[in-house]
Design a protein around this ligand. Structure first.
Ligand SMILES: [Zn+2]
Length: 56
């Protein structure tokens, strides 16, 4: 929906992350990459990914 391919959202807070220009905090859950805006959010996401992964 108008989102660039390299633009991701932090699953915790929804902050837009430009994965080309920022060093993203990235984690791998079940083979899918998820980008977070900061290490705290990445850890929180890894603790409880099911809670934050949006169902498609
Ligand atoms: Zn965040």
């Amino acid at each position: 929906m108008g989102m660039k391919m390299f633009e991701k959202e932090c699953p915790i807070c929804g902050t837009k992350i430009d994965t080309l220009n920022v060093s993203p905090f990235v984690t791998d859950i079940k083979g899918e990459k998820y980008y977070s805006c900061r290490p705290e959010h990445m850890r929180e996401f890894e603790k409880n990914p099911e809670k934050y992964i949006k169902k498609k």
